[in-house]
Design a binder for this molecule. Structure first.
Ligand SMILES: [Zn+2]
Length: 212
C-alpha cells in the first residue's frame, strides 16, 4: 500500500504540534475526487462528522467532509483517534492550511496535548487515509486496536517526560542508594557485633557469637 501522504516535518512547541505534509501525486487533493475513499473513512469512524469545524462550509465536519482537502480529512482522523484514547481531557483542536509556496503541501496544527501521542496519532491517521484512498484493499484498519496501541505507546514513556538519560540516572541513583543502605545496615551490625564482643570481653574470656 502506497503512502499517500508524507510527513515532511514536525515542529513541537508547548502549545502545538505542527506537521508539514505533502500529498503524493497519486492521491486526490480533495475528498470529492474519491468519494468511495471518503466513505471508507466515514465507515471506520462515523463520529468524525460531529467534529466542530469552523472556517469551511459549516460548523461541523459533516458539512464539508465530502468536499475538502485530503489533508483536512487527515487532521480530523487524527483528532478522532486522539479523542478516542481518553487520554485527552479537552477536545483537541486542529487547523489545516495550504502552504502555497510548495506543491501539494499543507500544514496541520494540532493542540499538543502530548507530543508522542499526537505524532503517533498523526502517523496512524496517514496509514488509515492511505488504506482508504488506495481502494481499501487488504485488512480493514482496526481503529480500536490503533487507539489501544497509542495508549500503550504513551504509557510506556517516562511519566514526567524526563529524558531517558535522567531516568537512567534516577534508576542508577536508586540502586546506589539501596546498595548504600545495605552497606549501612551491615555496618550497623558490625557496630553491634563490636559492642557485643566488647561486652563479652568485659565479662571475661568467652567465645562470642556471630550475630550476622
Ligand atoms: Zn476542520
Amino acid at each position: 500500500m502506497a503512502q499517500l501522504i508524507d510527513i515532511i516535518r514536525v515542529v513541537v512547541d508547548p502549545e502545538y504540534l505542527t506537521a508539514t505534509v505533502r500529498v503524493s501525486n497519486d492521491a486526490p487533493l480533495m475528498t470529492s475526487e474519491d468519494l468511495e475513499g471518503t466513505t471508507r473513512v466515514y465507515n471506520l469512524m462515523p463520529t468524525i462528522i460531529n467534529h466542530a469545524c469552523v472556517g469551511d462550509a459549516g460548523s461541523t465536519f459533516k458539512d464539508c467532509m465530502g468536499d475538502t482537502e485530503l489533508a483536512h480529512l487527515l487532521e480530523h482522523v487524527t483528532v478522532e483517534l486522539l479523542s478516542r484514547t481518553n487520554l485527552v481531557n479537552e477536545v483537541v483542536a486542529g487547523r489545516t492550511w495550504r502552504e502555497l509556496a510548495y506543491d501539494r503541501t499543507f500544514s496541520i496544527q494540532l493542540d499538543c496535548v502530548d507530543d508522542v501521542l499526537v505524532a503517533g496519532a498523526l502517523s496512524s491517521a496517514v496509514w488509515i487515509i492511505s488504506w482508504a484512498f488506495t481502494g481499501g484493499a487488504g485488512p480493514v484498519p482496526d481503529v480500536d486496536a490503533t487507539v489501544a496501541g497509542l495508549v500503550q505507546l504513551v504509557q510506556s514513556m517516562p511519566a514526567d517526560g524526563a529524558p531517558i538519560d535522567d531516568q537512567y540516572d534516577d534508576r542508577y541513583d536508586d540502586r546506589y542508594d539501596d546498595e548504600y543502605d545495605r552497606y549501612d545496615d551491615k555496618y550497623d551490625k558490625y557496630d553491634e557485633y563490636d559492642e557485643y564482643e566488647e561486652e563479652q570481653l568485659d565479662r571475661g574470656p568467652r567465645m562470642s557469637q556471630k550475630i550476622f
